[in-house]
Design a protein around this ligand. Structure first.
Ligand SMILES: [Mg+2]
Length: 211
């Protein structure tokens, strides 16, 4: 498992990859939404999430978490707390279904809140696509074959800006988005109850056409 914070400079040598990725927002998609989740004991996997991640990985896809964590910029918790939370998520996924996350990317910044180096106008805070573009370059991902699953408009915007198809889940903040169905501007192809159906949809729609 690679855990990485995004930097603000462009990724070196972005090359066109060939892998399919399942990009996942973290809070409200993979785990239950808790505002500014700061402690590992607050981690609760969304029901069925572990098996869904396992199915995606078994399809040969990279499973990549891309998460805004401005609680760092706001001084609510240190980056070390994020590392511990990600370790707990990884171990629970493994224990429940033998599921593996290939990489966790997070944005610790905020443009106007907090102090010090985290208070910047970065290129990684969703809706900007910096985390996804960096993952694509580093992990050899083809965005046009890949999927972004999120519970907020900003997740879909980041996925669309990267060139991925996007799926909205109704867990987390997903029931309050006001988005009812497919939307070409967001590359939004499905609105589903949870990550479980999102992975099913993505797998079904990634199959080669029948002869
Ligand atoms: Mg979320």
């Amino acid at each position: 498992m690679v855990e990485t914070s995004t930097r603000t400079e462009p990724s070196p040598n972005p090359t066109a990859g060939s892998a399919t990725a399942l990009f996942l927002d973290r809070d409200g998609v993979l785990i239950e939404e808790v505002e500014y989740l700061a402690r590992p004991r607050q981690v609760r996997l969304i029901p069925g999430a572990a098996a869904a991640v396992r199915r995606a990985h078994d399809a040969g896809w990279k499973v990549v978490v891309v998460s805004n964590q401005s609680g760092v910029a706001r001084g609510l918790f240190p980056e070390s707390a994020l590392s511990e939370i990600h370790r707990v998520i990884a171990s629970e996924l493994l224990a429940e279904a033998g599921a593996v996350i290939d990489a966790f990317y997070y944005c610790p910044h905020h443009p106007t809140e907090g102090i010090g180096p985290y208070r910047i106008e970065c290129d990684c805070r969703k809706p900007k696509p910096g985390m996804l573009l960096r993952a694509a370059a580093e992990l050899g991902i083809d965005p046009s074959k890949s999927w972004m699953v999120g519970d907020r408009l900003t997740d879909l915007q980041a996925g669309a800006a990267t060139g991925c198809r996007t799926i909205l889940v109704r867990t987390g903040y997903g029931s309050g988005t006001g988005i009812a169905g497919p939307d070409a501007d967001l590359n939004l192809v499905a609105v589903v109850p949870s990550i479980v159906e999102a992975v099913d949809f993505a797998r079904l729609n990634s199959l080669p056409p029948a002869r």
